[in-house]
Design a protein around this ligand. Structure first.
Ligand SMILES: [Zn+2]
Length: 409
């Protein structure tokens, strides 16, 4: 049994529109037990001085790929499941130090379930890192965004993509994800920029396939996250019953309104657009992405401004793996640059993300919540760049980073 008391200079509780002033947070056995002006000091409690910092719930990144490396995707996909899990663990541990205490991994390209194994090892305390929520694979139509076949010669029928055609095959794939322990179903109903031979502006599932996918997931009690692009595909995903739209690159006013009405979350992955823009300008964007991204980048930025100007529920997600994890924290700044208030960006990474995950015990600082707590100098509600200076990280009551602790501290 471990107990600690955090003495905080200011507090963002995950929800409130204004920072709370000086406060103390008591933590016992991984759970917040008390928040107040002054809390008791149980015997043996460690007192942690954060009086020069703003304290926040740990950040939640709802869109990462710990086992995919876009810089070398076609080759890296062929690595063993164990290599992917171990590489993913190293990335996850490092990412925790930026303040990301919970990650939703949205799919690996592998015949097995390396992220499920990684999630279980983390949950059992076999290894240290953030909490993981996982979708096993990116379920896709053949020739869709999740079909990596286009990277290889036709004679290689490699078992790395989770591909189905027709409602019966689609249901079977969903059931397989459930059987092997995925928490979420991830699918792509439109093409992508980095995938070969498809187009984000076009849909890839027929309505009956998308309905079969969401219907099977509903039957099994699994929420669905949909990589989507064109306005029509965005609307199809909402109609079918998706819980989150990923990217929603080219969503229009109508789709945003539909999402808001249906309570569907949008995860707009805005930093990725900035990464791709920089790569386009530098001439380093992969060949298969160039024509699509050159055509669409202004429309994507416009869609992001529309999303920011609406009252749709926005959750924080980066798509790290498609770009370096070290840049993921910049999503906060990209969100604010697109027009979100600092408060909405912070809520997106805390209470709203937790709500999307169905985890009332995450993303907030209040008694009964898991003790996932970060701290940073400055006031992130005035200056969002403060989020990039997190130097205290606690997950489930265990401290993984302390001010002045240096790289290993
Ligand atoms: Zn992704």
């Amino acid at each position: 049994m471990s107990t600690s008391v955090l003495v905080c200079g200011a507090v963002f509780d995950g929800v409130s529109g204004e920072l709370g002033g000086r406060a103390e947070i008591a933590v016992r056995d991984g759970v917040i037990t008390e928040v107040g002006q002054s809390v008791g000091r149980p015997d043996g409690a460690e007192v942690i001085d954060l009086t020069e910092r703003t304290v926040s719930p740990g950040f939640i990144d709802t869109h990462v790929h710990l086992t995919m490396d876009a810089a070398d995707l076609a080759r890296q996909t062929l690595a063993s499941s164990a290599t992917k899990a171990l590489t993913g663990l190293a990335l996850a541990r490092d990412y925790l130090r930026y303040g990301f205490t919970t990650l939703r991994d949205l799919g690996s390209m592998d015949p097995e379930f390396p992220t499920v194994d990684l999630r279980d090892a983390l949950a059992a305390g076999l290894v240290e890192g953030p909490r993981l929520v996982v979708a096993g694979h990116v379920l896709s139509a053949s020739a869709g965004h999740g079909d990596l076949g286009g990277f290889y010669a036709p004679r290689w029928d490699l078992p790395v993509s989770a591909v189905a055609d027709g409602a019966a095959q689609v249901r079977r794939l969903v059931r397989r994800e459930h059987a092997y322990g995925a928490d979420w179903i991830k699918t792509a109903n439109a093409g992508g920029y980095f995938s070969a031979g498809d187009d984000p502006a076009r849909g890839t599932w027929f309505d009956d396939e998308m309905d079969a996918l969401c219907g099977a997931a509903r039957l099994l009690g699994m929420p669905v996250a949909v990589h989507t692009g064109g306005a029509q595909a965005c609307r199809q995903a909402i109609r079918a019953g998706a819980r989150s739209l990923e990217h929603a690159y080219l969503i229009g006013e109508e789709g945003i309104e539909m999402a808001a009405r249906a309570g569907v979350y949008i995860v707009p992955t805005m930093q990725m657009t900035q990464e791709d823009l920089a790569a386009l300008r530098a001439g380093t964007l992969p060949g298969q992405a160039v024509w699509k991204f050159r055509r669409d980048h202004e429309a994507i930025l416009e869609a992001q401004r529309l999303i920011a100007a609406s009252d749709v529920k926005i959750a924080f997600g980066t798509d790290c793996g498609m770009f370096p994890f070290g840049h993921g924290i910049r999503e906060f700044q990209a969100m604010v640059a697109a027009g979100l208030s600092e408060l909405r960006a912070l809520r997106a990474a805390t209470s709203v993300a937790a709500e999307m995950l169905g985890r009332a015990d995450l993303g907030v600082l209040r008694p009964g919540a898991r003790a996932d707590i970060v701290a940073m100098p400055g006031n992130p509600l005035d200056d969002i760049t403060a989020t990039a200076r997190v130097d205290f990280v606690m997950r489930d009551g265990a401290v993984y980073r302390r001010p002045g602790g240096g790289p290993g501290g």
